[in-house]
Design a protein around this ligand. Structure first.
Ligand SMILES: Cc1cc2nc3c(=O)[nH]c(=O)nc-3n(C[C@H](O)[C@H](O)[C@H](O)COP(=O)(O)OP(=O)(O)OC[C@H]3O[C@@H](n4cnc5c(N)ncnc54)[C@H](O)[C@@H]3O)c2cc1C
Length: 302
């Protein structure tokens, strides 16, 4: 593809450093999806702020952590993707019960380090294969734990490259949903835990074992596709609708966990999206419940 409309709009420094036309299949756990026009891997928070300052406001921006909750359509993303994983990697203890974490740190690393520090409950983060940034954007959670239960402050960057610190009161946080000021992204957070002096790695191992028993770990997926509707379980409804194993192209509803959609190797984003819509329509027509996707779907169709 040579139509990269934004190419000549970057400052010379960043024009030389960005990658162009990068397949998002390489940056998402579904391993599907089209190219990003511009792909930028910052060195640190100051670097990403400088990038945002010189990026014309007309260019759309998508921040990506580990792409474990993201479907980029096959036509790709007409704008700039910013990858936090690999940069924004600080993780430090700043008081007896408080830690500072940058957005690109994998959740599993936070869980392991908190165990070493004797802090908890952070074990729930161990099985979430994303970054803190993604967990803040999604209010990721598992086994009763939830990211925002631990947020004391967040550091954000706006579209003009301005950094500021915000409090939880600036956000409307719900189950797998976080609404805050528009056009801001998370650089990091201060998280508050309790002292759990006796805790050790067994707590994490047990949770990961339980996960392996019930979820198709290792297969290409984005975890649960739909949020659980109030008082019900998306997986239960999809299973009852007889959809386990239902296949479109190379994507199918997992036999092991009905709320997972698996890419068997060659699924397109269109296969996956068509399957999402099929599941949604089938469950709605049988049970009058409209399942809402938890995964974020972005970009242009092919
Ligand atoms: C096998 C498997 C199991 C899973 N289990 C769970 C689970 O138990 N609980 C759960 O909640 N989720 C689960 N997930 C989903 C996923 O891991 C989480 O939603 C995770 O928090 C996403 O993080 P990420 O870094 O991969 O985000 P991405 O997928 O890269 O991005 C997700 C969204 O967050 C936005 N985003 C990313 N970084 C930032 C940032 N710094 N600032 C602002 N916005 C940002 C993106 O633009 C996008 O809209 C699972 C996924 C898989 C594959």
């Amino acid at each position: 593809m040579n139509a990269l409309p934004h190419e000549d709009q970057l400052s010379p420094e960043f024009s030389a450093r960005v990658l162009r036309d990068v397949s998002m299949a390489k940056h998402t756990s579904w391993h599907a999806g089209g190219p990003a026009d511009i792909f930028f891997a910052p060195r640190n928070a100051g670097d990403v702020a400088a990038f945002m300052r010189q990026l014309p406001l007309s260019i759309p921006v998508l921040w990506v952590g580990l792409g474990s909750n993201l479907l980029v359509r096959d036509g790709g993303f007409r704008g700039a993707v910013i990858q936090t994983h690999g940069a924004l990697g600080a993780l430090e203890r700043i008081s007896a019960t408080r830690i500072h974490v940058e957005a690109g740190v994998p959740c599993a690393r936070i869980a392991r380090q908190c165990v070493k520090w004797g802090l908890g409950p952070a074990e729930f983060l161990a099985g979430i294969p994303g970054t803190l940034g993604g967990a803040l954007a999604m209010n990721a959670g598992a086994w009763g734990g939830e990211t925002w239960k631990h947020v004391a402050e967040v550091d954000v960057l706006d579209r003009r490259g301005q950094r500021r610190t915000r409090l939880p009161a600036d956000y409307r946080v719900g189950y797998r949903s976080v609404e805050g000021p528009a056009d801001e992204w998370f650089l990091g957070a201060r998280l508050e835990f309790e002292r759990h002096p006796g805790i050790n790695g067994d707590a994490i191992r047990e949770l990961l074992e339980r996960r392996k028993e019930t979820q198709p770990i290792g297969a290409w997926s984005c975890g649960s596709v739909f949020a659980n509707p109030p008082g019900n379980h998306a997986a239960r409804l999809i299973d009852r609708a007889g959809l386990k194993g239902f296949r479109i192209g190379d994507a199918s509803v997992s036999e092991k966990h009905a709320n997972f959609i698996i890419n068997h190797g060659a699924a397109t984003a269109a296969d996956i999206e068509a399957l999402i819509l099929h599941v949604q329509h089938t469950v709605e027509s049988m049970y009058h419940v409209l399942l809402q996707p938890e995964v974020r779907i972005v970009g242009e169709p092919a």
